[in-house]
Design a protein around this ligand. Sequence first.
Ligand code: ARG
Length: 465
Amino acid sequence: MALWSGRFEEGVDESAQDFGASLGIDRRMYRQDIAGSIAHAKMLAQQKIIRDEDGRAICQGLKDIEDKIDSGQFVWDEADEDIHMAIESELTREIGEAGGRLHTGRSRNDQVACDLRLYAKELLSRLMEGNCRLRETLLEAARKDLGAVLPGYTHLQHAQPVLFSHHLLAYFWMLARDHSRLARAFEAADANPLGAAALAGTSYPLDRGLTSELLGFSSTMPNSLDAVSDRDYLLDLEYACSVSMMHLSRLCEEIILWSSGEFGFVTLSDGFSTGSSIMPQKKNPDFAELTRGKTGRVVGSLVGLLVTMKGLPLAYNKDLQECKEGAFDAADTLLGCMSCVEGMVRTWKTHPQRMLEQARKGFGAATDVADYLVKKGLPFRRAHEVVGELVLYCERKGVELGELSLEEFRGFSPLFEQDVTKGLDPVGVANARTTYGGTALSSVKLQLQEARQVLARDAVPPGRP
Ligand code: ARG
């Protein structure tokens, strides 16, 4: 019998019961449900709304249920609609009438909102940890190959040589912004809806500040209608997850390219590759592809929830039950992907020699040759044209700029002197870009230091000094 069955004459249709149930999805919030109920019971006792001994019996009964679930001894009854019903029914079975007093001044509407906020905070903390771990690994990889130079690309065509570390650090900063987005979602979740009851508050003298304090919420939601129907923090979570997945997907796309025969910049470890069932020679970057592929699902959860929310009148509507699955899936997926990408980067073998070989191709020094002429007094537009002609000449001849003689250079401009050939090496070209945020070794070393500081700051969990 459902806990709400009083006004019904007949039981709910079995298929409708299954259709409406969310226990399979929300039972993972049992710790949060129990924590919320314990806080509520303590507050009810403190406010003399229930007797102290009932409050104590409820809290003890709930802790026993938590132990049973933790140890796998709890028997889940699929007839219980959701986690709130499952725990409350068991409590009443175990401690009798006192259990029936727990729900005084509370509704499942504020209960589920409270559980979800606590659970979102938990998920977001784990996501922030995973984000820091991955960034630590990226920093380590950048430090390890400091000095390696590869072609930098625009339009996937060789553009100018860059340090491999600089390239990896670009992902560090994307992930640093992801961390702030996750932290903002955490802040959005960090407000207490409990005490809103079904929608309008309650006539019992609840102390909402006390439940906020007991549950570690940093504020109490000021409007009961908003408290039960707001899911913005899940949208924030899903948005943060979507953007982070998009970043991982871009990195994975590069890993897939870099590990191809054509690029050959990295070799993935056996532990993070798979083979083919027909082609014995194959070693595939499946996990990078899978991460790229899973991005669609996470973005889908964000769009899904936006659409679910857009038509909802105040206050609680059962549609809100649908908001959990996508949010949990988005968080689980990002967590899994971050850990897999971390493993790929930690265990890959890089090939700096091959990177350099490629960096020597494709006229990556052309801008520097133009700048050389500018330094000798030629206007940049004219210099651009001269070097363009030089490149065309090289392409026809099938050589790189570095293979030309001084005479050939001078055939295009008398301003060229012997020293022009010195500035053509990709390492020198990269190291000349000493602007703040540029790719020169000196700038990248500074960047590494800054990244370390940012990571040390982010590694402190929210709520701690
Ligand atoms: N299982 C429900 C949910 O997840 C709990 C709240 C149900 N409230 C109600 N009035 N039907 O949203």
